[in-house]
Design a protein around this ligand. Structure first.
Ligand SMILES: NC(=O)c1ccc[n+]([C@@H]2O[C@H](COP(=O)([O-])OP(=O)(O)OC[C@H]3O[C@@H](n4cnc5c(N)ncnc54)[C@H](OP(=O)(O)O)[C@@H]3O)[C@@H](O)[C@H]2O)c1
Length: 481
């Protein structure tokens, strides 16, 4: 069809490029992996992108996702990007308008080859790339360690009851079914129709029209509480009184006072209790722990973590509701705060700048924390806009970068002092990450442990206290507090 590019079959090499890029590797990493030497690899990869079209280079992951679903139109070999551009397409990132330095004035220095050919700069050599699980090199530098996270499928099966079948409960049960041997045997909702629909969707044997009936079901070993934050404490206390183990969604409770109450009750009753801070159980976070324990970063001086989502204030979403303990902090900001607590340990100081929504919950917060060693954590959360959701930890010897969303299965890069890539980890599984927290709970319960070493209750309490301080700085209190 004139004027319109047709789809075309990919070569084996192009398919491999697609697999790597959609798996989270950057163009540079894919070039290094495929072609060995990054410099000439960049040239080869550039040729492949040239054949596929401009968009494959500028938005590789989106392009490959589209291609998998048959939605791409590529340029025919040799036509490079002309058709794509003629069809009115443009790369999303505007080109820089900066004038080349040698053209600014008549007495400016003549152009060097690099200055006149930015393409060469883009694919400049990358000296120390190696696989995440590769051996130490000759001078003893260690690459990223492999994750030690056991397979969720090997965790002993428990019988789960689910309370409050909303959005995250569906993700949780889906992850359990896809990636574990855990069995969900009962679900309870405030509405019998909703619990029946949820049970039918996931093949759950018992559907109850109240939460109490889940607690009365003798088959249930452990209860997963997935209601809004305002309800966590009361519902978990009831489950603990009924002698059930509990996994409570993050944020654990509305505030530290409720968290203390819950922790005391669980310890008194001798049942397992854990905050479902799923990030802490993910394989890439185990790598972060190992990197810190091994001192690969040297002395940590600063870290960053961010989580912002764009929530429409016109919707009656629970995040805008003070009575449900809404706000950015307990839903989104808890991840940066929990991550900072894991990396830095107890906070020595905490300073907040932020604002609130017209409904009176926190909308946006920028928080700077320090620890006793004087390291800084720069944390951010917002419900106004979608932010990069990345995290980084910088030390005197190297830094770690976690791509967004850092709190979900993500690529981690170890980068040296000269900005060279020392190692990286690409997650084997990106979907169903909630299975790892369930597997950890199952292992602990089967071993007779009352809390997890990966997310101890005292650590949950420490995070809740930090969240309280941030809210206090913003002047946000919830009804009934
Ligand atoms: N781990 C994660 O990635 C992740 C992601 C999102 C949310 N979360 C956490 O999970 C929890 C629930 O979030 P969600 O997004 O799943 O919420 P959601 O979709 O609104 O579902 C919450 C459910 O709670 C029940 N509920 C009980 N009391 C309620 C009340 N007073 N008002 C409204 N609903 C009430 C409702 O179920 P019934 O009425 O049917 O009983 C509702 O479906 C929160 O703690 C949140 O921070 C975790």
């Amino acid at each position: 069809m004139p004027g319109r590019a047709q789809p075309f079959a990919l070569t084996a090499r192009e398919t491999e490029v697609g697999r790597l890029l959609s798996g989270g590797l950057t163009n540079r990493e894919a070039a290094a992996r495929l072609f060995g030497t990054p410099a000439s690899g960049g040239f080869h990869l550039g040729s492949i992108h040239g054949r596929l079209g401009v968009r494959a280079r500028h938005e590789p992951r989106r392009w490959w996702a589209d291609h998998r679903e048959g939605r791409t139109r590529g340029a025919r070999p040799g036509a490079r990007n002309a058709r794509w551009r003629r069809a009115g397409n443009r790369p999303r990132t505007p080109a820089p308008r900066t004038a080349a330095p040698h053209r600014r004035g008549s007495d400016a220095a003549p152009a060097t080859p690099c200055m006149s050919r930015p393409y060469l700069l883009k694919w400049s050599p990358m000296p120390q790339t190696r696989r995440a699980d590769g051996p130490a090199d000759r001078v003893g530098r260690r690459p990223l360690p492999a994750p030690r996270t056991p397979s969720p499928r090997d965790a002993p099966p428990l019988h789960w009851g689910v309370i409050a079948p909303g959005g995250i409960a569906a993700s949780f049960v889906g992850a359990l079914r896809a990636h574990t041997e855990q069995r969900v045997v009962a679900v309870g909702s405030r509405d019998a129709g909703r619990s029946r629909a949820f049970a039918d969707r996931f093949g759950i044997p018992a559907a109850y029209g109240s939460y109490a009936e889940v607690l009365d079901d003798v088959r249930v070993d452990i209860v997963y509480i997935a209601s809004p934050h305002s309800e966590h404490c009361a519902q978990a206390l009831q489950a603990i009184e009924a002698g059930k183990h509990v996994l409570v969604e993050k944020s654990f409770t509305r505030n530290a006072r409720e968290a203390e109450q819950l922790i005391r009750a669980a310890r008194d009753q001798g049942v397992f209790c854990m905050e479902a801070m799923w990030m802490r159980f993910l394989p890439h976070i185990d790598i972060v722990r190992q990197v810190l324990d091994l001192g690969l970063l040297g002395e940590v001086r600063t870290m960053t973590a961010d989580h912002g989502q764009c929530m429409d204030p016109a919707t009656a979403h629970r995040l805008f509701a003070p009575e449900l303990a809404g706000g950015a902090l307990l839903d989104l900001g808890v991840y940066p705060v929990s991550f900072a607590s894991m990396v830095l340990g107890p906070f020595a100081t905490l300073t907040t700048v932020g604002d609130t929504t017209p409904t009176g919950v926190d909308a946006q917060a920028s928080v700077v924390v320090t620890n006793d060693a004087g390291a800084h954590g720069v944390l951010h959360t917002t419900l106004h806009v979608r932010t990069p959701t990345t995290a980084s930890i910088s030390g005197t010897r190297a830094r770690l970068e976690i791509e967004g969303a850092f709190y979900a299965p993500a690529t981690v890069r170890l980068i040296g002092r000269s900005n060279e890539l020392l190692g990286y980890h690409v997650p084997a599984q990106r979907e169903g990450g909630l299975c790892f927290e369930a597997a950890e709970a199952a292992r602990c319960v089967a071993a007779g442990r009352l809390e997890s070493d990966l997310m101890p209750l005292d650590e949950t309490l420490r995070v809740m206290r930090a969240l309280d301080r941030i809210r206090a700085d913003l002047g946000v209190t919830f009804p009934g507090e």
